[in-house]
Design a protein around this ligand. Structure first.
Ligand code: NAP
Length: 291
């Protein structure tokens, strides 16, 4: 079975790497905070003490890092310097489409192969190996990655050449942020009317207002449980990708601009480390709440 270097073992990368180990891959993990490799080792994987140490000897390099600069640093540093010819790099992180395209070209120039495979489905999707994965890259590389993608994903779709996965992911993040913002307003509205919130959420979930966002986030809002999940800081990063990509294409996205401001306001209020369901706190503040 192939050896997989897995770099970035956070909320998403941790469970994904463990699923790969459970499926029989020889997984060598590296994370900036070293204690996050412990669960991978318990699941049958191995721990490396540097990114290069993980990549050395690997057939596949998987990345699940926060942002474009993190992926660029690791790929142009450890991976390009250490990977053996033909190594397949699978970037699960959400980064800028133009950066994904550029890195894939640089990898090809060095005799390596790189695809973008950003995911959707949240922490629950990672833990249940039920992610939706939007894949950009060359046909042969995506075909070679598919067995690995199928271990962590339930809906795996090749959407185009390098960078195309990131473009689709940006659209995903726009839809999710807009849904959460409207859910937050609906919850605030229902609270103001003294509605039976659990009953309201149950019936809303069965109709056209139902959504994966409502299923995963409404209860967190009702409980005031904003532990991440998906951090506001990361969604702020993604709304920047949406704005920049829309500008590049000359597309007007007024609702995206409004929602991006609500996400930015949540961050500015000090809630950047909370789950994106904490948009509820911003809506509450707009309605006079003090914190
Ligand atoms: P996270 O919990 O912050 O995980 C990122 C991990 O990368 C952290 O453990 C961090 O280590 C590590 N890291 C950062 N720089 C590193 C480096 N240079 N070398 C090695 N490790 C490094 O974030 P996440 O929620 O898993 O998100 C990861 C990516 O998935 C992001 O692009 C995000 O937008 C995307 N995503 C997240 C979700 C979600 O629901 N959470 C869903 C879909 C997509 P430290 O422990 O030292 O910080």
């Amino acid at each position: 079975m192939s050896t997989v270097a897995f770099i970035g073992l956070g909320i998403m990368g941790g469970p994904m790497a463990r699923h790969l180990a459970g499926a029989g891959y020889d997984v060598v993990g590296f994370n900036r905070s070293p204690e996050k490799t412990e669960q991978l080792v318990e699941a049958g994987g191995r721990a490396a003490d540097s990114a290069a140490g993980a990549v050395d000897g690997a057939d596949i390099v998987a990345l699940m890092l926060p942002d474009s600069p993190d992926v660029t640093d690791v790929v142009t540093g450890a991976v390009f310097d250490t990977a053996k010819p033909g190594t397949l790099i699978v970037d699960f992180s959400t980064i800028r489409p133009d950066v994904a395209r550029d890195l894939a070209q640089q990898a090809a120039d060095r005799g390596l192969r790189m695809i973008d495979a950003p995911v959707s489905g949240g922490q629950a999707g990672a833990e249940n190996a039920a992610l939706s994965i939007m894949v950009g890259g060359a046909d042969a590389d995506v075909a070679d990655a598919r067995p690995l993608l199928d271990v962590v994903g339930k809906t795996v779709v090749h959407v185009g050449p390098a960078g195309a996965g990131q473009t689709v992911k940006a659209a995903n993040q726009l839809i999710v942020a807009g849904n959460i913002a409207l859910l937050a307003e609906a919850v605030t509205f229902l609270q103001a009317h003294g509605a039976d919130l659990p009953a309201a959420i149950e019936v809303l979930g069965g109709g056209l207002a139902g959504s994966a966002v409502l299923n995963q986030k409404a209860q967190k809002m009702l409980d005031g449980d904003f532990a991440p999940g998906f951090r506001i800081d990361l969604h702020h990063k993604d709304m920047g990708i949406v704005a920049e990509s829309a500008r590049q294409a000359g597309v007007v996205t007024p609702v995206a601009a409004l929602v991006a401001q609500l996400v930015a306001a949540t961050r500015a209020a000090g809630d950047g480390d909370l789950d994106h369901s904490a948009l509820l706190r911003t809506v509450a503040r707009l309605n006079g709440a003090s914190s």
